[in-house]
Design a protein around this ligand. Structure first.
Ligand code: ADP
Ligand code: MG
Length: 239
């Protein structure tokens, strides 16, 4: 059921400067890759190109053998969760999660039943009737994750989803993400600037420096065998 995600030579220029200058990256089907890099290097731009919220100046995005590059966002099988959950304040937690199912044409009762299952997956079955305003930051982000999963994406895109959370809550989210992989298995591309987070949740950590993937390897290997001085410097190995 899972599909791989392949970024092939992605270029994105803003005002003449190439923020992304040939990004090549593969996330294997059902795998988790963390995209790590300094602030402003283009990590969010990569996710926006995959989600179809922005268009590359060159290069392709493929998933499961399909070329997504020209497709509308809703036809890509991707779901994006950002740093701040954007829940509908006037809807209950359950109806927030049911929303993408209703949009997909499910009847109200079926959508709610399915949404309840997704809420259960993120450990929030008890809060189904609450309004978003009454939730903690971590709970809100869990709801956002449940809503993204309800759309049954082949590719889940996470843009620093836990960075606004307290460290303890963040660790809980890392465990949740690991647990979710047993239950549903979307291919995950997680953007983070937190090395510990990358090591905790990803099979492979890809370092974005100067518009390209400077290295993609298991977290341990990045530290023991950095591919360049730039990678080593970024990881703090050499000063
Ligand atoms: P990151 O997520 O790694 O912090 P971003 O992808 O948000 O980086 O941004 C990378 C660079 O591209 C930044 O310099 C940012 O100002 C620029 N940028 C991003 N989107 C736009 C845009 N729509 N127009 C102009 N510049 C942009
Ligand atoms: Mg960003």
């Amino acid at each position: 059921m899972s599909t791989d995600l392949v970024l092939d030579g992605l270029v994105r220029r803003f005002g003449g400067a190439a923020v992304l200058d040939g990004v090549d990256l593969t996330v294997p089907a059902g795998g988790v890759v963390a995209l790590l890099g300094p602030s402003g290097t283009g990590k969010s731009t990569v996710l926006r190109l995959v989600a179809g919220l922005d268009t590359p100046d060159a290069g392709r995005v493929r998933a499961g053998g399909r070329d997504l590059t020209g497709l509308a966002p809703e036809r890509r099988g991707t779901a994006l969760v950002g740093q701040r959950p954007r829940l509908f304040p006037h809807l209950s937690v359950l109806d927030n999660v049911a929303f993408p199912l209703a949009v997909a044409g499910r009847r109200r009762r079926a959508a709610r039943a399915e949404a309840a299952g997704h809420l259960d997956l993120v450990g929030l079955a008890d809060l189904a009737g609450r309004r978003p305003a009454t939730l903690s930051g971590g709970q809100e982000q869990r709801v956002a994750l449940a809503r993204a999963l309800a759309a049954a994406p082949a590719v889940l895109l996470l843009d620093e989803p836990f960075s606004a959370l307290d460290p303890g809550v963040r660790e809980g989210m890392h465990r949740l993400l690991a647990d979710l992989r047993g239950a549903v298995s979307p291919t995950v591309l997680l953007v983070t600037h937190d090395r510990q987070e990358a090591a905790a949740v990803a099979d492979t950590v890809a370092v974005l420096l100067d518009g390209r993937i400077a290295q993609a390897a298991p977290a341990g290997e990045l530290h023991t065998r950095p591919a360049s001085l730039a990678v080593s410097r970024f990881l703090g190995g050499v000063n």
